[in-house]
Design a protein around this ligand. Structure first.
Ligand SMILES: O=C(O)[C@H]1O[C@H](OP(=O)(O)OP(=O)(O)OC[C@H]2O[C@@H](n3ccc(=O)[nH]c3=O)[C@H](O)[C@@H]2O)[C@H](O)[C@@H](O)[C@H]1O
Length: 455
């Protein structure tokens, strides 16, 4: 008799049930362990964030940490440091470059260090043993490759230029965290009188907003640095008294460029008055020389004459030649260093002044104006090439007919005495120009125009 098959349905059901329980349990276990993993990761992340916000090791002097505003900026910059190449290696470069090599040497932040006057002043400061760190945004107002070449020259002298903008308050604050600068030589600006009609906002951005951004940081740090900065002969505008004295009126600017420089002088007054910042404005008069600015007339006249291109020579409305108190770069550098050397310490702390601080304005010119026709004549002689001239009435574009500096005040306070006449200065410029651009013009032997590499 065939026995009936055993009834397995119950066993199968039980096994299915068991395997279902096993699957559910293992999934639950898996879920539980991922939850633990997720929560642990979250906790670690929170601890890290907390650590970075409140416990990041301070880079600044202990005084800085007393300043709440400054500390807030400081904390935020730590997060951004990678954005502008911060970090240990960056800080080391900044520290090395800014360390003075002479007793009681200065530690100077030079803004616009890749610019014409900025690069010359940085080199002069470094050569005499002061510490220098540059700041420059390398904008393309004129050929940035010239700015890069100046940067390379400074690098050969162990001067580091930080690439950044004046309006980047976090970067400025970070720089002061790393170095307690004793001085700022503020030369970064949107220059050029006529370009202001093409790009007015760039003047507001650099010369007003950028200046205020720098002053805001300078007034907050402890100790506050002393500031020497570039104003301009153009502030005399429509003034007709001659030679221009610091006592003459400067409330009639002829260009937006001049207006922003004049505004800078008023803003400087405010920061001196409220916060006790020591501020010195230098009114530069048409500065020229090796490594100069390609947007300036002497520079592009040289280029155009060499290329056989016609140049425009401006005349006043009544048919007179326009003239400038052209000032050679080496004289200007001496003036800048003299102003830095006689700058007194700022007097503010914790957001207000403790007692009145120094506030100064000086003309730095050459004291002997030269007509643009004569200037072109000198260049023609040096290049042994006749210029193709197009004499026109000065367009109404912000230009002024005449500048002439009285420098008595700068002489009295720091011995400023220009010593280079236009012919000698232009000779040095042309030597540099033909060397830098690798040009061999039909040089007269007697001009001795062998290329040189710097001034
Ligand atoms: O002292 C300053 O504070 C300023 O100096 C400089 O301005 P300026 O004195 O105007 O120099 P610059 O342009 O070289 O013109 C020189 C002469 O050539 C005449 N000029 C100019 C162009 C032209 O095509 N033809 C011409 O005759 C022109 O009429 C003038 O007579 C700086 O650029 C400026 O940034 C600011 O720092």
């Amino acid at each position: 008799m065939m026995s009936s098959p055993p009834d397995t349905s119950k066993t199968i059901k039980l096994e299915r049930y068991n395997s279902y329980i096993r699957r559910v349990t293992s999934t639950k276990l898996l879920n539980a362990s991922s939850k633990i993993l997720f929560r642990t990761t979250l906790l670690i992340a929170l601890i890290l964030v907390f650590f970075f916000i409140f416990n990041y090791p301070p880079l600044s002097s202990p005084e800085n940490n007393n300043n709440h505003h400054h500390r807030q900026l400081h904390t935020r910059t730590n997060f951004l440091s990678s954005a502008f190449g911060g970090g240990a290696a960056w800080e080391k470069k900044v520290r090395q470059s800014s360390t003075p090599r002479r007793p009681n040497g200065m530690s100077v932040l030079v803004t616009g260090a890749a610019g014409f006057i900025g690069s010359h002043c940085s080199l002069a400061l470094k050569k005499r043993g002061d510490g220098v760190v540059g700041l420059d945004n390398f904008n393309s107002y004129y050929d940035p490759s010239l700015k890069r070449a100046r940067e390379a020259l400074l690098k050969q002298h162990q001067i580091y230029i930080v690439e950044g903008d004046l309006n980047d308050a976090l970067l400025l604050s970070k720089l002061f965290d790393v170095v307690p600068f004793t001085h700022i030589l503020h030369l970064a600006a949107q220059a050029g009188v006529r370009y202001a009609m093409q790009n007015p906002q760039s003047y507001i951005k650099s010369n007003i907003a950028g200046f205020v951004s720098l002053l805001e940081v300078a007034k907050s740090v402890k100790p506050q640095p002393a500031i020497v900065w570039a104003s301009s002969s153009s502030v005399y505008g429509l003034n007709t008294d001659n030679p221009f004295s610091e006592l003459h009126r400067t409330d009639q600017p002829a260009s937006l460029y001049a207006a922003t420089k004049k505004a800078g002088e008023e803003i400087a007054h405010t920061y001196n008055h409220i916060y006790g910042l020591s501020l010195t404005a230098l009114r530069f008069f048409t500065v020229y020389g090796p490594w100069g600015r390609p947007d300036m007339a002497y520079f592009f006249f040289t280029k155009d004459i060499l290329h056989g291109k016609t140049i425009d020579l401006y005349q006043t409305q009544d048919g007179k030649e326009v003239a400038r108190d052209f000032t050679y770069i080496d004289d200007i550098v001496k003036g800048c260093l003299g102003a830095l050397d006689t700058a007194e310490k700022s007097t503010g702390s914790g957001g207000k002044k403790r007692w009145p601080a120094q506030l100064r304005i000086y003309n730095l010119g050459n004291t002997s104006p030269v007509g643009v026709g004569k200037m072109v004549g000198i260049i023609e002689g040096l290049l042994s090439t006749k210029a193709k001239k197009h004499v026109i009435k000065m367009p109404s574009n912000g230009d002024v007919p005449y500048t002439h500096a009285n420098v008595t005040l700068a002489y009295k306070d720091f011995g400023y005495k220009p010593t280079t006449d236009l012919a000698s200065g232009l000779k040095k410029f042309v030597k540099w120009y033909v060397g830098y651009y690798g040009i061999q013009p039909r040089l007269k032997k007697e001009n001795h125009l062998q290329p040189q590499d710097s001034s």
